[in-house]
Ligand binder design. Structure first.
Ligand code: HEC
Length: 457
């Protein structure tokens, strides 16, 4: 993963909403004098105060403005006095829908404002929400739900593909819930309720008897969902809102045109465009952050019936874009200038066994010019991941082999240095694999169970 990439966390920030978007965040906006003083009002496009009957002036409320017809949403956060302010250069004149985010609250009346060239003022009144459960984040569900520490660990397996709204709002009793849990394990990791993908061995997996763990998860989740009553039998605990310096941010969010888009990685190109790949659908996209305009390019689907979606995307040092095709098992080479796409099919693309399909996950083409090779991580069906050196000219995939003494490894992220040496980062142990000039040296940093799986140059 290169340093040019926007933090994955920032991208995932919107997963709780039905529409995935791309979010950019600029921290440390200089503190201006409070709203109400003429100097700051003059430099604002829109400003006002957020209050509620319960709290009076409210700090840490996210206030968002979206111009009619525009995919760009600009958000700011209210300060200790409850004041929010959009700088003059962030909002053009036009008709804006205003929304807020403050757990436990809704806007008292629908927010909209007409902005002319003069600074506008809009005070926002919040009321206690009537649907707190719909606003809870995964963390808030986890801290609210009753259960031992061991039971709460189960949540960890349920947040990869959707939010905890799915299990918490379900009405399944223990037996049905255990079957749902078994079915979850048959989905590929790039599955969402809008785009469910199953592993090719789904029929066999679902005819297996339930494991003890699946039965226990069924018991636990059915004890805290809506199977026994119309509402939850435990109080909701919410997290505090941002305060102090944490309120000094401006976030810009870009709606993507396809509903249920799921950007996985994003990088800023030399032309200032943001390039991203979609984790669940076969597209890569180009977003112009100045206008919000998006162009999407179809990825090939050589394995119909298998999960689609891309996992890794990066620029090579000669300006081409490379993206992996996950279960479709390839790397594409894309020329952003000519818009030509070439497929580099993984040699083991048709190996599917033991409930796992072949797949290609991450890559690093950033030092390609050194020797014409890029680094790619691939999985033959059912086996641990293997790092490959791939020559995009010839589509030759050379497997990295390890000394017999090397510990069991599963390099997840593969990172190239300026000489195109590769460093592989193990999934479950602190284990760095160094591949210098094809002489592999396995180096174990420590043998703990941490997940040092991403690295950066
Ligand atoms: C690998 C991805 C993935 C994981 C991990 C996952 N889910 Fe799901 N979940 C899905 C998909 C896709 C759907 C919609 C399709 C379906 O119901 O099979 C779904 C739907 C659901 C539903 C609604 C089912 C219905 O019949 O209405 C529940 C409840 C649920 N998940 C609970 C869980 C629980 C509990 C866990 C953790 C043990 C979990 N999920 C983990 C992908 C996943």
């Amino acid at each position: 993963m290169s340093t040019r990439k926007i933090s994955e966390l920032a991208l995932l920030g919107l997963i709780g909403t039905s529409l995935f978007g791309l979010t950019a965040c600029s921290p440390d906006i200089p503190v201006e004098s409070p709203v109400g003083e003429s100097s700051s009002v003059a430099s604002s496009a829109l400003a006002g105060k957020v209050t509620s009957q319960e709290e009076g002036a409210m700090e840490g409320v996210v206030v968002s403005a979206q111009r009619e017809g525009s995919p760009i949403i600009v958000s700011v956060v209210s300060n200790e006095q409850g004041e929010y302010r959009f700088p003059q250069d962030r909002l053009d004149a036009g008709s804006y829908a205003i929304s807020i985010r403050a757990v436990g609250y809704d806007l008292a009346s629908e927010g909209s404002v007409e902005l002319a060239t003069n600074a506008a003022t809009l005070n926002l009144q919040l009321t206690t929400t009537r649907s707190l459960s719909a606003q809870l984040s995964n963390t808030e569900w986890m801290i609210s739900a009753p259960g031992s520490f061991e039971e709460k660990q189960y949540f960890d397996d349920c947040t990869m593909c959707h939010t905890l709204q799915q299990p918490m709002t379900s009405r399944y009793g223990p037996d049905e819930m255990a079957k749902v849990v078994q079915r979850m394990g048959a989905h590929t990791l790039n599955s969402t309720p809008a785009f469910p993908h199953f592993k090719s061995f789904v029929a066999e997996m679902l005819s297996e008897p339930l494991t003890e763990e699946e039965i226990d998860k069924g018991r636990y989740f059915s004890g805290i969902n809506l199977s026994g009553a119309d509402t939850w039998q435990f109080p909701f605990q919410t997290l505090p809102r941002p305060s102090g310096k944490a309120t000094q941010v401006i976030m810009t969010t870009y709606d993507l045109p396809r509903p249920n888009s799921a950007p996985h990685d994003a990088l800023v190109g030399p032309d200032g465009n943001i390039w991203y790949n979609d984790f669940v659908s076969p597209y890569i996209g180009k977003l112009d952050p100045r206008t919000g305009e998006v162009t999407e390019y179809d990825l090939p689907v050589p394995k119909p019936g298998f999960a689609t979606g891309s996992h890794g995307i990066d620029f090579s040092d000669d300006g081409l874009i490379y993206a992996t095709g996950m279960h479709q098992s390839y790397v594409v080479e894309f020329n952003p200038n000519t818009e030509e796409m070439k497929t580099l099919q993984f040699p083991h693309w048709q190996v599917d066994n033991a409930g796992n399909d072949s797949r290609v996950t991450v890559l690093d083409p950033s030092a390609k010019s050194v020797n014409g090779q890029i680094w790619v991580n691939g999985y033959k069906g059912g086996e641990l991941g293997v790092a490959y050196q791939v020559n995009p000219e010839t589509n030759e995939w050379t497997e990295v082999t390890h000394p017999a003494s090397a510990p069991l490894h599963n390099a997840y992220d593969v990172v190239a240095d300026s000489q195109n040496n590769m460093y592989g980062f193990n999934m479950n142990r602190e284990h760095v694999l160094e591949n210098r000039c094809q002489n592999v040296r396995d180096q174990i940093l420590s043998d703990t169970n941490t997940r040092r799986r991403w690295a950066t140059r």
